[in-house]
Design a protein around this ligand. Sequence first.
Ligand code: N01
Length: 552
Amino acid sequence: MSASPNHSGKATESYDVVVVGAGFAGMYMLHKLRGQGFSVRVYEQGDGVGGTWYWNRYPGARCDVESMQYSYSFSDELQQEWDWSERYAPQPEILKYANHVADRFNLRPDIQFSTRVERAAFNETTNLWSVTLSDGKTVTAKFVVLATGCLSNARMPEIRGLAGFKGKVYHTGHWPHETVDFTGQRVGVIGTGSSGIQSVPVIAEQASHLTVFQRTANFSIPAHNAVLTEEERQAFRAKYPEVRHFARVESRNGIYAEVPDRGALDDGDNERRSKYEARWNHGGLTFMSVYNNLALDKIANDTAADFVREKIAEIVADPETARLLQPNNHPIGTKRICIDTEYFSTFNRPNVTLVDIKSNPIEEITTNAVRIGVKDYEVDALVLATGFDAMTGSVAKIDISGRHGQTLNQKWAEGPRTYLGLMSEGFPNLFVITGPGSPSVLSNMMVSIEQHVDWITDCVTHMRERHLAAMEATKDAEDKWVAHVNEVADSTLYPQANSWYMGANVPGKPRIFMPYIGGVGPYRQICDDVAAKGYEGFVMTGAEQPRKVAAS
Ligand code: N01
């Protein structure tokens, strides 16, 4: 850090890099940049590290990527020494891991907690960002890195009367730190995405009655979670070099798994069914990689969707409830597939009711009930599992202005525009980690985070070595990238679903397929090629002005 006098004569803290957010992206960004000798300050809204795992403390929250893979790979010592207890670690364990990393790499001294970044403005004369914090302070930095997370801006539903409800209201994405005990209570859960599907079975065990309000049925595959034995951990650790290499370079989604070599229609009914059965019994996200054309060909996709619908009908005893739980308005996988533990069988419990709010929407929430038509479903507590303003929501909350005073919200009014999901033209020296236009949420986030952090670090080191002042995506490169992202998305079935990938869950949000679906391995290659060609598609300008260093 350095300090230079501002116009009022007071010293302004100045950093090479300001990082926004201390989740897994922000923590690794700090570690990596500091290792290269950059001065870095991280600002984090919460009072601890962990990002999404700090906020999402709802019952049943756990990872849907296996923990031996949903973990940092940058330190072999770290991955060899950390003991994951289960195949899919629960949220408290993932948060413990985040805290362990913060301590092990001594990150906390460079993180300011309980501090939001309110504004960031680029000064075209000095080529510095001026960053205003919620504590009223302003600091300057040459680079700003948004490590704000893709799913961290919890979205409250707009339902009449919600504010007047007299019981407790919880959002899964903003869960209290203290234990919430629903024992003896009548609980209503609104929303049946991943968060609802994970929390419903756990809440059902406590509540006297649980009513699940479902607008859209979702495809869910059993996790078959299990305790990891020491032998299993050791076996996995021994093959880490292969696992990590595959995830980074060869995979499409950052997950080590068998690569399908044929399409669903290349097999006969019996063979196909037995493959689906095997994947169902194995559990987890790899269900979707049993064949190579499930995301591309609707008829192929239907075979997998039908299989899951049949499974739901087998598990759920009441035929009408089973029918309602069978998804029928989107191809399987085009909304983030859910991974559950006993979700469908929970509806066989006598204390659980499913209410279809697609055909009969919620009219209002009264002081003690959810009102649908003439019927009041009385509840003592409400759990809103209604999701996030994904990918752009957290960025939009910061007032970011770039060249000519244009704000990022103005520029992204019709949908986010980036080059490689890393930078947006008109906003020099501003990076986004796992931003829209990169594989991000379609991948194992750890793999994508590490790739972006490494790329950004190489990039700013390149600039430092050449005393360059500013770097910016060109309009041409950005336009071509946006067109490519859309073209690839349009060649798949994904745009057919009203998903948060499309921004479709937020009223008024432009419908654009936000993540890059070209695959993690190919995307990495593109980013590496861009760097190898001297950061093709970016302009790097000017010799750096000497910054007055008053103190360090
Ligand atoms: O949110 P969602 P989520 N009235 O947007 C419904 C990640 N994640 O928090 O589909 C009534 O998927 C909405 O209905 P509809 C994961 O990537 C990971 O569950 O819009 N209902 C839907 O059912 C995931 O995909 C893990 O018709 C309303 C639900 O609320 C992402 O986070 C765990 C409504 C929202 O589902 C988001 O998951 C959890 C309204 N006004 C989450 N508004 C892991 O395992 C919304 N809904 C790592």
